[in-house]
Design a protein around this ligand. Structure first.
Ligand code: 5AD
Ligand code: FES
Length: 350
């Protein structure tokens, strides 16, 4: 098995059956080997630096009804909110002072935020913070909308593909959402020039090892600048309330494999990891991740942006999370840096 990992490290790709063998052959010893190679790879390009992305959850209204997600349209058990442009800019201001140089505007697919509202918002953020990157995570839109946001100054876009298997996709989403549409959106974003993030949940209901192989092959082919993966965690007010959570160990293993496949990829240790294990984010970094995405949303709205149960950091102010993460990273020998943290095209020398 170790020779397959070395092959991935040197060739950055593997045949499907080899990915399958690596997933079926998972042992904690093999995982340790993946982590050590993934750390070496990450350090070659990014040193021991960790990039911060300030997440602003600006609307929890959503027209979709994904079976796994706590802010799905059918959930009546939460208070819906939208942040005003002034509040969003105040979140950026606070984040900027704390050293954030990337803001991520994330929200449900909210019909209220039409282009005529979003475009001036993007322009206002980029005018106020020209040295910051702006990432959007607002779901499926038309090519012309994506283009307009890009022209307004958006730099990056996160849109997880959720699963690369069509049948599996249909078991996670109502008919109104399709994998082909999702992939079309990802292609459009790449074509326009965004730095693009894709990704999936580990251990979502009905996921098989073959699905994960397809996820890895899709990421290998698409070559996104960012990949977000985290364990599936059930939310009590969704059709998947009684399903079991994904394996955190398998998530770490996949983080390591994705690092070896795409050495320079920007890979977050997600909040979902920190939710299933108090040291999940540290372990994610040690598996090969290099990004953290703390929450900059106002504390009073955070309990209404629960995609899954028991989400951490819903009561902490941004500054508290910042300090907490700084300490956590220093404890494992890593440093948070003040930088946009763009996808690099040349190895770092630090
Ligand atoms: N558990 C884990 N991750 C989830 N997401 C949504 N619901 C859940 C859940 N129950 C993830 C999806 C989505 C991202 C914003 O959050 O992958 O793309
Ligand atoms: Fe929020 Fe630790 S990151 S309290």
């Amino acid at each position: 098995m170790k020779q397959f990992i070395e092959q991935l490290e040197h060739e950055n790709k593997l045949p499907p059956e080899t990915y399958k063998a690596l997933l079926e052959g998972y042992t904690s010893e093999l995982a340790e080997f993946v982590f050590s190679r993934a750390q070496a790879t990450r350090e070659k390009y990014y040193g021991r630096t960790i990039y911060l992305r300030g997440l602003i959850e600006f609307t929890n209204h959503c027209q979709n009804d994904c079976y796994y997600c706590g802010i799905r349209k059918s959930n009546r058990d939460l208070t819906r909110y939208r942040l005003t442009p002034e509040t969003i800019l105040a979140c950026c201001h606070k984040g900027y002072q704390l050293g954030f140089r990337t803001f991520v505007l994330q929200g449900g697919e909210d019909g209220y935020f039409q282009d005529e509202k979003l475009i001036p918002l993007i322009e206002a953020i980029k005018t106020a913070y020209p040295d910051c990157a702006l990432t959007l995570s607002i779901g499926e839109k038309s090519y012309s909308s994506y283009l307009a946001y890009y022209k307004a100054g958006a730099d990056r876009y996160l849109l997880r593909h959720e699963t690369a298997n069509t049948l599996h996709y249909s078991k996670l989403h109502p008919k109104s959402l399709t994998l082909s549409k999702r992939l079309q959106c990802l292609n459009d974003l790449k074509d326009i020039g965004y730095q693009v993030g894709m990704g999936f949940m580990v251990g979502s209901p009905y996921q098989s090892i073959d699905c994960l192989v397809e996820d890895l092959l899709l990421i290998e082919r698409f070559k996104p600048e960012m990949v977000g993966i985290g364990p599936f965690i059930p939310h009590h007010a969704t059709p998947f309330a009684k399903e079991v959570a994904g394996s955190i160990e398998l998530t770490f293993y996949l983080i390591g494999l994705i690092r070896l496949m795409h050495p320079r990829v920007l890979l977050p240790a997600t909040t979902a990891l920190g939710t299933l294990d108090p040291n999940g984010r540290e372990k994610g970094i040690l598996a090969g991740a290099n990004v953290l995405m703390p929450n900059l949303s106002p504390v009073d709205v955070r309990k209404n942006y629960l995609l899954y149960d028991n989400k951490i950091c819903t009561g902490e102010e941004a500054a508290e999370c910042q300090q907490c993460l700084k300490n956590r990273m220093e404890n494992i020998g890593y440093q948070i840096v003040v930088s946009r943290g763009d996808y690099t095209t040349s190895p770092s020398v630090s």
